[in-house]
Design a protein around this ligand. Structure first.
Ligand SMILES: NC(=O)c1ccc[n+]([C@@H]2O[C@H](COP(=O)([O-])OP(=O)(O)OC[C@H]3O[C@@H](n4cnc5c(N)ncnc54)[C@H](OP(=O)(O)O)[C@@H]3O)[C@@H](O)[C@H]2O)c1
Length: 269
């Protein structure tokens, strides 16, 4: 049996992918950091659809030992994958000077190193018959450098560039897409951020269910780096000729006013 591997499966957007694919009866392999949350999610899905094949195993994507243990476990059980949906990501937003070393390592690894590491591991365990799908969740925040959201923006840019290049390397063997959504009202702090962006924020925000659906359509069509959402595409096209320095000044004013960090670390000094 071939599974769809979903990282960030217990999060807002990850949960939307899980619901959508479960409705379609597709075999799912869920991962996240909390074994308890994964177990609850898997049991809930099995209660809803007893015929659904759902497996899970925890993994800290920022930790190479944990990533190795994950694939040792799936290999021992003979699990293979036909689709990776790399949803996990940390959207920490604050002045870079206020980062600790631990936090910048964490964010960089979850958003980028974990993604490329899982992508490599899945490629090794997928049929690569042209139907394998590799889908990464980037962000419109990766299109331009974003003061006060600098590390997030840079990691999402790196992810999109990596996936665009990989798509060419795997041509004919796998579909490779990195989608670029705008704001998705998943957590309270994100919803507050959307409110703070005013009318435009509310216009450009798209539900997690819709982003999941559009993202799956995009990878099935083997799109490269599509922007998700009409108003986000309008914004991107409408600002294409605006000088980068102006765009960054606008971002600096807006993003400098708000902060978010939903990823506290125990060992942070
Ligand atoms: N919300 C937005 O406005 C927005 C916009 C554009 C793009 N995105 C992207 O969409 C993705 C999902 O975001 P969301 O809004 O759904 O946020 P979320 O609910 O906070 O989900 C983030 C997920 O990342 C996982 N994660 C974080 N650190 C991890 C680690 N070290 N190891 C394993 N998993 C880890 C979390 O898993 P556990 O906590 O369960 O371990 C959680 O499921 C992210 O990549 C984000 O950058 C979001």
């Amino acid at each position: 049996m071939l599974y769809t591997l979903i990282t960030g499966a217990c999060g807002g957007l990850g949960g939307a992918f899980v619901r959508l694919l479960a409705e379609r009866g597709e075999p799912l392999f869920l991962t996240g950091r909390s074994e308890i949350k994964l177990k609850e999610r898997a049991e809930e899905l099995r209660r809803q659809t007893s015929s659904l094949s759902v497996q899970y195993f925890p993994c800290d994507l920022s930790d190479e030992t944990s990533r190795r243990a994950f694939f040792r476990k799936t290999d021992a059980e003979g699990i293979r994958f036909s689709r990776l949906i790399y949803v996990a990501g940390a959207d920490i937003q604050k002045p870079f000077e206020r980062y600790t070393q631990e936090k910048l390592t964490f964010q960089t690894r979850v958003n980028f190193e974990g993604a490329i590491s899982f992508t490599r591991a899945v490629i090794k365990r997928a049929p690569l018959d042209g139907n394998t799908e590799l889908l990464a969740i980037g962000s419109v925040s990766g299109i331009y450098p974003m003061p006060f959201f600098a590390l997030y923006s840079a990691t999402k840019r790196a992810l999109a560039q990596f996936y665009a290049a990989l798509r060419v390397e795997l041509k004919g063997r796998a579909k490779v897409t990195c989608v670029l959504p705008g704001a998705i009202p998943t957590r309270d702090d994100v919803r507050e951020n959307i409110r703070a962006q005013g009318v435009w924020g509310r216009l450009a925000a798209i539900s997690a269910d819709r982003v999941a659906q559009k993202s799956l359509e995009a990878v099935q069509k083997n799109r490269r780096t599509p922007v998700i959402g009409f108003w986000n595409r309008v914004m991107q096209a409408g600002t294409a000729l605006v000088p980068l320095s102006w765009k960054m000044r606008f971002i600096e004013k807006r993003w400098g006013k708000t902060e978010k960090d939903a990823f506290p670390l125990e060992e942070e000094g």
